[in-house]
Design a protein around this ligand. Sequence first.
Ligand code: C5P
Length: 294
Amino acid sequence: MTSLTLQAPAKINLTLDILRHREDGYHELCMVMQSVSLCDRIRLDFGSPGGIRAESGLRFLPNDKSNLAVAAALAFRQATGGRWQDLLISLQKRIPVCAGTAGGSSDAAAVLRGLNQLTGAGLSPQALAQIGEAVGSDVPYCVLGTTALAQGRGEKLTPLPPLPPCWIVLCKPLFSLSTPALYRAWDKARPKLRPDTQGLIQGLEQGDLTAVAQRLFNVFEHTLSPRQRREVEAIKVALVQAGALGAAMSGSGPTVFGLFDQEVAAQDAVTLLKESYPEVFLTRPIASPEEIPV
Ligand code: C5P
């Protein structure tokens, strides 16, 4: 086999808490993560001459090792002592780019999974996650996926019970955020309000979607500029007025999501938000790796 097509699911943060600024420059995190059914499609082609590179048809996405998918292929080759030279990674993007939903990290994780299969390396998901650590903080989570508590830099993962079945509406605001700048803003602001992570985990354990939805919380929302905060709040209010049980910003943003127990209400929210925003998606949680769309 010389080529393979895979799906790379987006993720949302049900919670995002920052515990402290570490000596190595990173921040100690505590986050509840959930994979969702919105996926990028990735094709790996061995032997297509030209070295290891990506193509996406998007001008603003790099094709060299500054693309996390290429960085993942390089890290995999180094870790496994591979001698192969040529790999074309074709990315069909659907996950919003630089939007807090782990699009780039999930593409990188899919490359690790795909190369493991194509080369017959036979590494465990845990070993692939460890290779992913050097590529990006969210890559280990994206290798394992589903519902998990992520701690440390994001690489210490504990599986959690799945989010109860629901509909998830994602909406990307019209502005962009820089992840390092958000962490710097947190260093300055040190917001006092924090998520009830244990309460949310208890909600997952009890299969109580309402309890989970009431505890969605992202500390980064409290580091946004007033204009950005207004836009995020307006989307959250629109989602809740449409029937969402709760809403929050995901990761380092700016994508906002809402959890719905009724499909019709979620679809109505999508229709309404699409009047103002180009990137709005109706998704479902992924409870096990078998549920990743093919
Ligand atoms: O690991 P990754 O490349 O995804 O991180 C991007 C940036 O986000 C880092 O350079 C750092 O500024 C910040 N970061 C952090 N603490 C983390 C994860 C990321 O400060 N746990």
